[in-house]
Write a protein that binds this ligand. Structure first.
Ligand code: PLP
Length: 443
Protein backbone atom coordinates (compact mmCIF):
# COMPACT_ATOMS: atom_id res chain seq x y z
CA UNK A 1 0.00 0.00 0.00
CA UNK A 2 1.49 3.35 -1.07
CA UNK A 3 0.48 6.76 0.24
CA UNK A 4 1.83 8.44 -2.89
CA UNK A 5 -0.72 9.46 -5.50
CA UNK A 6 1.19 8.07 -8.46
CA UNK A 7 0.63 9.03 -12.10
CA UNK A 8 -0.98 5.65 -12.80
CA UNK A 9 -2.75 4.49 -9.69
CA UNK A 10 -3.04 0.83 -10.63
CA UNK A 11 0.54 0.43 -11.76
CA UNK A 12 3.49 -0.87 -9.79
CA UNK A 13 6.58 1.24 -10.43
CA UNK A 14 10.11 -0.06 -9.94
CA UNK A 15 11.92 1.82 -7.19
CA UNK A 16 14.83 3.94 -8.46
CA UNK A 17 17.67 3.25 -6.04
CA UNK A 18 20.77 4.78 -7.65
CA UNK A 19 21.87 6.31 -10.92
CA UNK A 20 25.13 6.98 -12.70
CA UNK A 21 25.83 8.40 -16.14
CA UNK A 22 23.15 7.19 -18.56
CA UNK A 23 21.92 4.40 -16.27
CA UNK A 24 19.33 4.20 -13.49
CA UNK A 25 19.39 1.13 -11.17
CA UNK A 26 16.27 -0.07 -9.38
CA UNK A 27 16.04 -1.57 -5.89
CA UNK A 28 16.29 -5.12 -7.30
CA UNK A 29 19.61 -4.26 -8.96
CA UNK A 30 18.24 -4.06 -12.51
CA UNK A 31 19.78 -1.38 -14.75
CA UNK A 32 17.90 0.79 -17.25
CA UNK A 33 19.56 2.85 -19.97
CA UNK A 34 17.98 6.30 -19.75
CA UNK A 35 17.45 6.89 -23.47
CA UNK A 36 14.84 9.58 -22.90
CA UNK A 37 16.51 11.52 -20.07
CA UNK A 38 13.24 10.87 -18.23
CA UNK A 39 11.21 13.35 -20.27
CA UNK A 40 14.15 15.02 -22.04
CA UNK A 41 15.49 16.28 -18.73
CA UNK A 42 18.75 14.53 -17.80
CA UNK A 43 21.04 16.16 -20.35
CA UNK A 44 24.26 15.45 -18.43
CA UNK A 45 23.24 12.01 -17.24
CA UNK A 46 22.90 11.15 -13.58
CA UNK A 47 25.00 11.89 -10.49
CA UNK A 48 27.46 14.18 -12.26
CA UNK A 49 30.09 14.98 -9.62
CA UNK A 50 30.66 18.57 -10.79
CA UNK A 51 27.00 19.50 -10.56
CA UNK A 52 26.66 17.91 -7.15
CA UNK A 53 29.80 19.75 -5.96
CA UNK A 54 28.42 23.09 -7.16
CA UNK A 55 25.13 22.46 -5.37
CA UNK A 56 26.97 21.47 -2.19
CA UNK A 57 29.05 24.64 -2.38
CA UNK A 58 25.86 26.71 -2.56
CA UNK A 59 24.34 24.85 0.39
CA UNK A 60 27.50 25.49 2.38
CA UNK A 61 26.89 29.23 1.87
CA UNK A 62 23.12 29.28 2.46
CA UNK A 63 20.00 27.54 1.21
CA UNK A 64 17.37 30.22 0.57
CA UNK A 65 16.74 33.93 0.61
CA UNK A 66 13.32 35.22 -0.46
CA UNK A 67 13.48 37.34 -3.62
CA UNK A 68 11.31 40.12 -2.17
CA UNK A 69 14.19 40.82 0.23
CA UNK A 70 17.37 39.82 -1.60
CA UNK A 71 18.97 38.95 -4.87
CA UNK A 72 21.71 36.32 -4.86
CA UNK A 73 25.06 36.02 -6.56
CA UNK A 74 24.09 32.70 -8.08
CA UNK A 75 20.82 34.00 -9.63
CA UNK A 76 22.67 37.03 -11.04
CA UNK A 77 25.40 34.81 -12.52
CA UNK A 78 22.87 32.45 -14.05
CA UNK A 79 20.91 35.34 -15.62
CA UNK A 80 24.18 36.81 -17.00
CA UNK A 81 25.12 33.42 -18.37
CA UNK A 82 21.75 32.88 -20.08
CA UNK A 83 21.56 36.42 -21.46
CA UNK A 84 25.06 36.22 -22.92
CA UNK A 85 24.25 33.01 -24.84
CA UNK A 86 20.66 33.80 -25.83
CA UNK A 87 19.35 34.90 -29.23
CA UNK A 88 19.59 38.62 -29.86
CA UNK A 89 17.66 40.86 -27.48
CA UNK A 90 16.72 38.21 -24.91
CA UNK A 91 18.56 40.00 -22.15
CA UNK A 92 16.53 39.26 -19.04
CA UNK A 93 15.60 36.09 -17.17
CA UNK A 94 12.78 35.30 -14.77
CA UNK A 95 13.34 32.08 -12.82
CA UNK A 96 10.70 29.49 -12.00
CA UNK A 97 10.60 25.85 -10.95
CA UNK A 98 9.60 24.11 -14.19
CA UNK A 99 8.15 24.28 -17.67
CA UNK A 100 4.48 24.95 -16.86
CA UNK A 101 5.50 27.81 -14.59
CA UNK A 102 7.65 29.27 -17.37
CA UNK A 103 4.66 29.25 -19.73
CA UNK A 104 2.31 30.73 -17.12
CA UNK A 105 4.82 33.51 -16.56
CA UNK A 106 5.11 34.09 -20.32
CA UNK A 107 1.35 34.42 -20.76
CA UNK A 108 1.03 36.86 -17.89
CA UNK A 109 4.02 38.88 -19.00
CA UNK A 110 2.56 39.19 -22.50
CA UNK A 111 -0.72 40.45 -21.09
CA UNK A 112 0.91 42.89 -18.66
CA UNK A 113 3.16 44.22 -21.42
CA UNK A 114 0.16 45.16 -23.55
CA UNK A 115 -1.79 46.61 -20.63
CA UNK A 116 1.19 48.82 -19.78
CA UNK A 117 1.64 49.80 -23.41
CA UNK A 118 -1.93 51.03 -23.51
CA UNK A 119 -3.26 48.14 -25.61
CA UNK A 120 -5.56 46.42 -23.10
CA UNK A 121 -7.78 45.10 -25.90
CA UNK A 122 -5.10 42.54 -26.79
CA UNK A 123 -6.41 39.40 -25.14
CA UNK A 124 -6.35 36.55 -27.67
CA UNK A 125 -3.82 33.78 -27.68
CA UNK A 126 -3.12 31.65 -30.72
CA UNK A 127 -1.32 28.33 -30.37
CA UNK A 128 -1.21 25.07 -32.31
CA UNK A 129 -3.09 21.81 -32.17
CA UNK A 130 -1.07 18.76 -31.12
CA UNK A 131 1.19 20.69 -28.77
CA UNK A 132 2.01 20.52 -25.08
CA UNK A 133 2.84 23.58 -23.02
CA UNK A 134 2.30 22.26 -19.51
CA UNK A 135 -0.34 21.09 -17.11
CA UNK A 136 -1.39 24.17 -15.10
CA UNK A 137 -4.56 25.93 -16.26
CA UNK A 138 -2.98 28.66 -18.41
CA UNK A 139 -0.49 26.27 -19.99
CA UNK A 140 -3.21 23.67 -20.52
CA UNK A 141 -5.36 26.30 -22.24
CA UNK A 142 -2.68 27.11 -24.81
CA UNK A 143 -1.74 23.46 -25.24
CA UNK A 144 -3.32 21.52 -28.05
CA UNK A 145 -3.86 18.08 -26.57
CA UNK A 146 -7.62 17.78 -26.78
CA UNK A 147 -7.90 14.71 -24.53
CA UNK A 148 -6.02 16.45 -21.73
CA UNK A 149 -8.03 19.68 -22.01
CA UNK A 150 -11.51 18.15 -22.26
CA UNK A 151 -12.38 17.67 -18.58
CA UNK A 152 -11.05 21.11 -17.67
CA UNK A 153 -12.49 23.02 -20.62
CA UNK A 154 -14.84 25.21 -18.50
CA UNK A 155 -11.83 26.43 -16.51
CA UNK A 156 -9.59 27.32 -19.46
CA UNK A 157 -8.92 30.78 -20.87
CA UNK A 158 -9.93 31.34 -24.49
CA UNK A 159 -7.24 30.18 -26.89
CA UNK A 160 -7.38 29.69 -30.65
CA UNK A 161 -5.53 26.84 -32.30
CA UNK A 162 -4.07 26.49 -35.79
CA UNK A 163 -2.39 23.51 -37.49
CA UNK A 164 0.98 22.23 -36.34
CA UNK A 165 3.80 21.55 -38.79
CA UNK A 166 3.51 17.81 -39.52
CA UNK A 167 5.31 17.16 -42.75
CA UNK A 168 5.04 13.36 -42.70
CA UNK A 169 1.24 13.38 -42.83
CA UNK A 170 0.09 16.82 -43.89
CA UNK A 171 2.37 18.08 -46.62
CA UNK A 172 0.65 17.45 -49.96
CA UNK A 173 2.48 15.29 -52.46
CA UNK A 174 2.70 18.19 -54.93
CA UNK A 175 3.91 20.68 -52.31
CA UNK A 176 7.51 21.57 -51.48
CA UNK A 177 8.41 21.77 -47.77
CA UNK A 178 8.64 25.56 -48.21
CA UNK A 179 5.26 25.66 -49.94
CA UNK A 180 3.73 23.67 -47.09
CA UNK A 181 5.24 26.14 -44.61
CA UNK A 182 3.72 29.01 -46.59
CA UNK A 183 0.29 27.34 -46.46
CA UNK A 184 0.56 27.03 -42.67
CA UNK A 185 1.70 30.63 -42.34
CA UNK A 186 -1.33 31.73 -44.40
CA UNK A 187 -3.56 29.79 -42.02
CA UNK A 188 -2.08 31.74 -39.11
CA UNK A 189 -2.47 35.00 -41.00
CA UNK A 190 -6.15 34.23 -41.66
CA UNK A 191 -6.73 33.38 -37.97
CA UNK A 192 -5.12 36.68 -36.95
CA UNK A 193 -7.33 38.57 -39.40
CA UNK A 194 -10.41 36.77 -38.06
CA UNK A 195 -9.62 37.83 -34.49
CA UNK A 196 -8.34 41.26 -35.50
CA UNK A 197 -4.59 41.82 -35.49
CA UNK A 198 -4.91 44.44 -32.75
CA UNK A 199 -6.69 42.02 -30.44
CA UNK A 200 -4.12 39.24 -30.49
CA UNK A 201 -1.60 39.11 -27.68
CA UNK A 202 0.70 36.24 -28.58
CA UNK A 203 1.37 33.23 -30.75
CA UNK A 204 2.74 30.28 -28.77
CA UNK A 205 4.61 27.33 -30.32
CA UNK A 206 7.14 24.64 -29.52
CA UNK A 207 10.08 25.21 -31.87
CA UNK A 208 10.38 21.44 -32.28
CA UNK A 209 7.23 19.62 -31.12
CA UNK A 210 8.16 17.25 -28.31
CA UNK A 211 6.09 14.74 -26.39
CA UNK A 212 2.78 15.16 -28.24
CA UNK A 213 4.03 14.23 -31.72
CA UNK A 214 7.55 12.91 -31.15
CA UNK A 215 10.32 15.32 -32.14
CA UNK A 216 8.72 17.01 -35.14
CA UNK A 217 10.72 19.96 -36.51
CA UNK A 218 9.26 22.76 -38.62
CA UNK A 219 9.78 23.00 -42.38
CA UNK A 220 12.32 25.55 -43.70
CA UNK A 221 11.08 29.13 -43.60
CA UNK A 222 7.98 28.46 -41.48
CA UNK A 223 9.17 30.24 -38.34
CA UNK A 224 10.57 33.18 -40.31
CA UNK A 225 7.10 33.71 -41.78
CA UNK A 226 5.49 33.33 -38.35
CA UNK A 227 7.91 35.96 -37.04
CA UNK A 228 6.98 38.28 -39.91
CA UNK A 229 3.23 37.87 -39.27
CA UNK A 230 3.71 38.56 -35.55
CA UNK A 231 5.82 41.66 -36.30
CA UNK A 232 3.33 42.96 -38.83
CA UNK A 233 0.56 42.92 -36.23
CA UNK A 234 2.60 43.71 -33.11
CA UNK A 235 1.91 40.22 -31.72
CA UNK A 236 4.42 38.64 -29.34
CA UNK A 237 6.06 35.37 -30.38
CA UNK A 238 6.42 33.01 -27.42
CA UNK A 239 8.57 29.97 -28.19
CA UNK A 240 8.31 27.01 -25.85
CA UNK A 241 11.69 25.31 -25.70
CA UNK A 242 11.04 23.62 -22.38
CA UNK A 243 11.74 20.26 -24.01
CA UNK A 244 13.61 20.99 -27.25
CA UNK A 245 15.86 23.75 -25.89
CA UNK A 246 19.11 24.02 -23.93
CA UNK A 247 21.20 22.01 -26.36
CA UNK A 248 18.85 19.10 -27.08
CA UNK A 249 18.74 19.74 -30.86
CA UNK A 250 22.45 20.54 -31.22
CA UNK A 251 22.32 24.30 -30.69
CA UNK A 252 21.74 25.86 -27.28
CA UNK A 253 18.35 27.14 -28.41
CA UNK A 254 16.37 25.32 -31.09
CA UNK A 255 15.23 28.64 -32.63
CA UNK A 256 18.84 29.40 -33.65
CA UNK A 257 18.34 26.82 -36.43
CA UNK A 258 15.18 28.61 -37.57
CA UNK A 259 16.87 32.01 -37.82
CA UNK A 260 14.33 33.68 -35.54
CA UNK A 261 14.42 35.24 -32.13
CA UNK A 262 11.24 35.11 -30.04
CA UNK A 263 9.96 37.88 -27.78
CA UNK A 264 9.71 35.42 -24.92
CA UNK A 265 11.48 32.06 -24.65
CA UNK A 266 10.44 29.38 -22.14
CA UNK A 267 13.15 26.94 -21.05
CA UNK A 268 13.29 24.31 -18.30
CA UNK A 269 14.17 20.60 -18.42
CA UNK A 270 17.74 20.74 -19.80
CA UNK A 271 18.41 24.00 -17.98
CA UNK A 272 18.97 22.18 -14.71
CA UNK A 273 19.30 18.69 -16.18
CA UNK A 274 17.16 17.20 -13.42
CA UNK A 275 19.54 18.24 -10.62
CA UNK A 276 16.95 20.72 -9.35
CA UNK A 277 13.45 21.80 -10.37
CA UNK A 278 14.23 24.92 -12.40
CA UNK A 279 12.91 26.73 -15.44
CA UNK A 280 13.18 30.22 -16.83
CA UNK A 281 11.46 32.73 -19.02
CA UNK A 282 13.82 34.84 -21.13
CA UNK A 283 12.41 38.13 -22.36
CA UNK A 284 13.25 40.83 -24.86
CA UNK A 285 14.59 44.11 -23.61
CA UNK A 286 11.63 46.01 -25.13
CA UNK A 287 9.24 44.12 -22.81
CA UNK A 288 11.50 44.65 -19.82
CA UNK A 289 11.76 48.38 -20.56
CA UNK A 290 7.99 48.80 -20.95
CA UNK A 291 7.42 47.37 -17.50
CA UNK A 292 10.48 49.00 -15.94
CA UNK A 293 9.32 52.40 -17.17
CA UNK A 294 5.68 51.63 -16.38
CA UNK A 295 4.51 49.97 -13.18
CA UNK A 296 8.04 48.87 -12.33
CA UNK A 297 7.04 45.35 -11.32
CA UNK A 298 6.05 42.14 -13.08
CA UNK A 299 2.89 41.13 -11.23
CA UNK A 300 3.91 37.52 -10.89
CA UNK A 301 6.14 35.64 -8.47
CA UNK A 302 6.47 32.37 -6.60
CA UNK A 303 7.96 31.67 -3.20
CA UNK A 304 10.70 29.63 -4.86
CA UNK A 305 11.44 32.02 -7.74
CA UNK A 306 15.21 32.05 -8.21
CA UNK A 307 15.86 29.42 -5.54
CA UNK A 308 19.64 29.48 -4.94
CA UNK A 309 20.08 25.71 -5.06
CA UNK A 310 18.16 25.50 -8.36
CA UNK A 311 20.20 28.37 -9.81
CA UNK A 312 23.46 26.74 -8.66
CA UNK A 313 22.48 23.49 -10.37
CA UNK A 314 21.49 25.25 -13.61
CA UNK A 315 24.63 27.38 -13.69
CA UNK A 316 26.83 24.33 -13.16
CA UNK A 317 24.98 22.38 -15.89
CA UNK A 318 25.51 25.24 -18.37
CA UNK A 319 29.19 25.55 -17.50
CA UNK A 320 29.88 21.82 -17.77
CA UNK A 321 28.06 21.69 -21.10
CA UNK A 322 30.40 24.36 -22.46
CA UNK A 323 33.55 23.10 -20.75
CA UNK A 324 33.05 19.58 -22.15
CA UNK A 325 31.91 20.85 -25.56
CA UNK A 326 28.79 18.72 -25.27
CA UNK A 327 26.85 20.50 -28.02
CA UNK A 328 29.38 19.10 -30.48
CA UNK A 329 28.66 15.64 -29.10
CA UNK A 330 24.90 16.23 -29.39
CA UNK A 331 25.38 17.06 -33.08
CA UNK A 332 27.74 14.12 -33.70
CA UNK A 333 25.76 11.50 -31.78
CA UNK A 334 22.50 12.96 -33.06
CA UNK A 335 23.57 12.21 -36.62
CA UNK A 336 24.68 8.74 -35.53
CA UNK A 337 21.42 8.07 -33.65
CA UNK A 338 19.33 9.18 -36.63
CA UNK A 339 21.37 6.89 -38.91
CA UNK A 340 21.11 3.90 -36.59
CA UNK A 341 17.34 4.46 -36.25
CA UNK A 342 17.06 4.58 -40.04
CA UNK A 343 19.11 1.36 -40.32
CA UNK A 344 16.85 -0.41 -37.84
CA UNK A 345 13.47 1.09 -38.71
CA UNK A 346 13.85 2.54 -42.22
CA UNK A 347 12.29 -0.61 -43.75
CA UNK A 348 10.35 -1.76 -40.70
CA UNK A 349 6.79 -2.74 -41.72
CA UNK A 350 5.30 -0.90 -38.74
CA UNK A 351 7.40 2.28 -38.65
CA UNK A 352 6.24 5.10 -40.91
CA UNK A 353 8.66 7.87 -40.09
CA UNK A 354 11.85 8.64 -38.18
CA UNK A 355 12.46 12.36 -37.58
CA UNK A 356 14.09 14.79 -35.20
CA UNK A 357 17.09 16.98 -34.58
CA UNK A 358 20.22 16.26 -32.59
CA UNK A 359 19.61 13.96 -29.65
CA UNK A 360 15.87 14.49 -30.00
CA UNK A 361 14.47 11.82 -32.29
CA UNK A 362 11.00 10.40 -32.85
CA UNK A 363 9.84 7.11 -34.34
CA UNK A 364 6.23 7.04 -35.57
CA UNK A 365 4.45 3.70 -35.66
CA UNK A 366 1.93 2.76 -38.36
CA UNK A 367 -0.18 -0.32 -39.02
CA UNK A 368 0.40 0.15 -42.76
CA UNK A 369 3.37 1.99 -44.24
CA UNK A 370 1.69 2.56 -47.60
CA UNK A 371 -1.48 4.20 -46.29
CA UNK A 372 0.12 5.54 -43.06
CA UNK A 373 -2.86 4.08 -41.22
CA UNK A 374 -2.17 4.14 -37.48
CA UNK A 375 -2.72 1.22 -35.12
CA UNK A 376 -6.12 0.92 -33.47
CA UNK A 377 -5.78 3.17 -30.37
CA UNK A 378 -7.46 0.45 -28.30
CA UNK A 379 -4.26 -1.59 -28.53
CA UNK A 380 -2.33 1.18 -26.77
CA UNK A 381 0.77 0.26 -28.75
CA UNK A 382 2.75 3.08 -27.10
CA UNK A 383 2.14 1.59 -23.64
CA UNK A 384 3.15 -1.84 -24.88
CA UNK A 385 6.40 -0.45 -26.29
CA UNK A 386 7.17 1.26 -22.98
CA UNK A 387 6.51 -1.96 -21.08
CA UNK A 388 8.66 -4.05 -23.41
CA UNK A 389 11.45 -1.46 -23.32
CA UNK A 390 11.45 -1.34 -19.51
CA UNK A 391 11.55 -5.15 -19.44
CA UNK A 392 14.73 -4.90 -21.56
CA UNK A 393 16.30 -2.26 -19.37
CA UNK A 394 15.55 0.73 -21.61
CA UNK A 395 13.78 4.00 -20.83
CA UNK A 396 12.13 5.67 -23.84
CA UNK A 397 9.19 8.09 -23.94
CA UNK A 398 6.35 6.66 -26.05
CA UNK A 399 2.99 8.35 -26.39
CA UNK A 400 -0.32 7.83 -28.18
CA UNK A 401 -2.50 10.31 -30.04
CA UNK A 402 0.33 11.35 -32.37
CA UNK A 403 -1.95 12.03 -35.34
CA UNK A 404 -4.94 13.83 -33.83
CA UNK A 405 -4.91 13.33 -30.08
CA UNK A 406 -6.55 9.92 -30.35
CA UNK A 407 -4.91 7.96 -33.16
CA UNK A 408 -1.25 7.23 -33.68
CA UNK A 409 1.72 6.12 -31.60
CA UNK A 410 5.30 7.30 -31.44
CA UNK A 411 8.44 6.80 -29.39
CA UNK A 412 10.49 9.81 -28.31
CA UNK A 413 14.22 9.44 -27.70
CA UNK A 414 16.20 12.07 -25.82
CA UNK A 415 19.35 10.49 -24.40
CA UNK A 416 21.86 12.43 -22.29
CA UNK A 417 24.38 14.56 -24.18
CA UNK A 418 27.22 12.34 -22.93
CA UNK A 419 26.28 9.25 -24.98
CA UNK A 420 28.82 7.57 -27.24
CA UNK A 421 28.39 5.27 -30.25
CA UNK A 422 28.27 2.10 -28.16
CA UNK A 423 25.49 3.62 -26.02
CA UNK A 424 23.53 4.56 -29.13
CA UNK A 425 23.97 1.05 -30.55
CA UNK A 426 22.64 -0.49 -27.32
CA UNK A 427 19.69 1.92 -27.25
CA UNK A 428 18.67 1.18 -30.84
CA UNK A 429 19.11 -2.57 -30.42
CA UNK A 430 16.93 -2.71 -27.29
CA UNK A 431 14.35 -0.38 -28.82
CA UNK A 432 14.15 -2.54 -31.96
CA UNK A 433 13.51 -5.65 -29.84
CA UNK A 434 10.95 -3.81 -27.70
CA UNK A 435 9.06 -2.51 -30.76
CA UNK A 436 8.98 -5.98 -32.37
CA UNK A 437 7.76 -7.59 -29.13
CA UNK A 438 5.10 -4.89 -28.63
CA UNK A 439 3.74 -5.30 -32.17
CA UNK A 440 3.81 -9.11 -31.83
CA UNK A 441 1.82 -8.87 -28.59
CA UNK A 442 -1.09 -7.33 -30.53
CA UNK A 443 -1.21 -10.41 -32.72
N1 PLP B 1 6.34 22.75 -22.45
C1 PLP B 1 6.82 21.66 -23.08
C2 PLP B 1 7.19 21.77 -24.53
C3 PLP B 1 6.97 20.46 -22.39
O1 PLP B 1 7.43 19.38 -23.03
C4 PLP B 1 6.63 20.40 -21.02
C5 PLP B 1 6.77 19.15 -20.27
O2 PLP B 1 6.90 18.08 -20.80
C6 PLP B 1 6.13 21.56 -20.41
C7 PLP B 1 6.00 22.73 -21.15
C8 PLP B 1 5.74 21.55 -18.95
O3 PLP B 1 6.86 21.42 -18.15
P1 PLP B 1 6.74 20.88 -16.65
O4 PLP B 1 6.31 19.45 -16.75
O5 PLP B 1 8.13 21.07 -16.11
O6 PLP B 1 5.74 21.74 -15.95
Amino acid sequence: MTHVLHRQINHTYPVAASAQGITIRDSTGKDYIDASGGAAVSCLGHSHPDIIAAMRAQLDKFEYAHTSFFTTEVAEELADDLASHAPEGLEHAFFVSGGSEAIEAALKLARQYFVERGEPQRRYLIARRQSYHGITLGALAVGGREWQRRAFAPLLIETHHVSPVYEYRERHADETPEGYGERLARELDIKVAELGGNNVMAFVAETVVGATMGAVPAVPGYFRQVREICDRHGILLILDEVMCGMGRTGTLHACEQEGVSPDILAIAKGLGGGYAPVGAMLLQDKIFKTIAEGSGAFQHSHTYTGHPLACAAALAVQRVMRRDNLLANVRKQGVYLARRLQDRFGNHPFVGNVRGRGLFQGVEMVADRGTKKPFDPQHKLHARIKREAMARGLMVYPMGGTVDGVQGDHVLLAPPFIVNEADVDAIVERLGDAVDAAVASIG
